[in-house]
Design a protein around this ligand. Structure first.
Ligand code: PRP
Ligand code: URA
Length: 212
C-alpha cells in the first residue's frame, strides 16, 4: 500500500497481543467487548500526542504550580453504529465527560454501499476535536460517508480510529479525506468477495452484541 502521511498504524506489541485474542473465533462476547474497549483506550492515548492543553493552577501539598490539562469539553466521540459503540467506553476511560454523537450506517450486503439510518450529534460539536470510531475499516464506504456527515455539520478537527483495516479502506479514506488523521491498530491483507477483512475477525457488530 502507498504511504500516507496522515495514516498511523500502531505496531505496539501489547496491541498485537490483544488483537491475536480478538481475532480468535473462540473468544466469547464478553472478552471480545472488553478487548475492544482496552485497545481503544491505548489507541486514544497514542493518537492524542498533539492534543491542545490549557494551563491550570494546582496546589500540591508543598506549593502552587502551573500544570497543563486537556479541556474535556473540547472532545466529542462519534461511534458509527453499531460496532463503533463498542469503542465508546474505551475513549470515555480517558475523557469521561466527552459528549457522544451517533451515526447509524449499515452496509448493503450486496452492493457493500453504506446505508445511513440515524444521526444525532451534540450541540457545539463543530468546535470540538471529534473521535470518529469504528472497529472495522473495510471498503471505507461507511467511514467516508460518516466523515462527510461530520464535515457538513462544520467539524474541522476529526480523528478517525479503527482497530482493523484493509488497504482498500485506508486508501479510500485517505484519498477522500486527506485532512483527517486515520489511526489503525493493524493493517490486514485485503477483502474477500463479500467485503470482509482477511484475516480480520468476522463481523464486529455480531461478535460484540451476540447477534447472528
Ligand atoms: C461494519 C463495520 C463498519 C462497516 C465497515 O458495520 O462496523 O461500520 O461494516 O465496512 P465498510 O468499510 O466496507 O463500509 P456493518 O455495516 O456490518 O453494521 P453493524 O455495525 O451494525 O453490524
Ligand atoms: N464489517 C465487519 O464487521 N467485518 C468486516 O470484516 C468487514 C466489515
Amino acid at each position: 500500500m502507498k504511504q500516507y502521511k496522515n495514516v498511523f498504524v500502531f505496531n505496539h506489541p501489547l496491541i498485537k497481543h490483544k488483537i491475536a485474542i480478538l481475532r480468535d473465533k473462540n473468544t466469547g462476547m464478553k472478552e471480545f467487548r472488553e478487548l475492544i474497549e482496552e485497545i481503544t483506550t491505548v489507541m486514544t492515548y497514542e493518537s492524542m500526542g498533539d492534543v491542545e492543553l490549557i494551563p491550570v493552577e494546582v496546589e500540591t501539598p508543598l506549593e502552587v504550580t502551573t500544570q497543563y490539562k486537556v479541556p474535556e469539553e473540547s472532545i466529542a466521540i462519534v461511534p458509527i453504529l453499531r460496532a463503533g459503540l463498542g469503542m465508546v467506553n474505551g475513549v470515555h476511560k480517558v475523557f469521561p465527560t466527552a459528549k457522544v454523537g451517533h451515526i447509524g450506517m449499515y452496509r448493503n450486503e450486496e452492493t457493500l454501499e453504506p446505508q445511513p439510518y440515524y444521526c444525532k450529534l451534540p450541540d457545539g460539536i463543530e468546535n470540538k476535536t471529534v473521535f470518529l470510531v469504528d472497529p472495522m475499516l473495510a471498503t471505507g464506504g461507511s467511514a467516508c460517508d460518516a466523515l462527510a456527515v461530520l464535515k457538513k455539520r462544520g467539524c474541522k478537527k476529526i480523528k478517525f480510529m479503527a482497530i482493523i483495516a484493509a488497504p482498500e479502506g485506508v486508501e479510500k479514506v485517505a484519498a477522500a479525506h486527506p485532512d483527517v488523521p486515520v489511526y489503525i491498530s493493524t493493517l490486514d491483507r485485503g477483502l474477500n468477495e463479500h467485503g470482509y477483512i482477511l484475516p480480520g475477525l468476522g463481523d464486529a457488530g455480531d461478535r460484540l452484541y451476540g447477534t447472528k
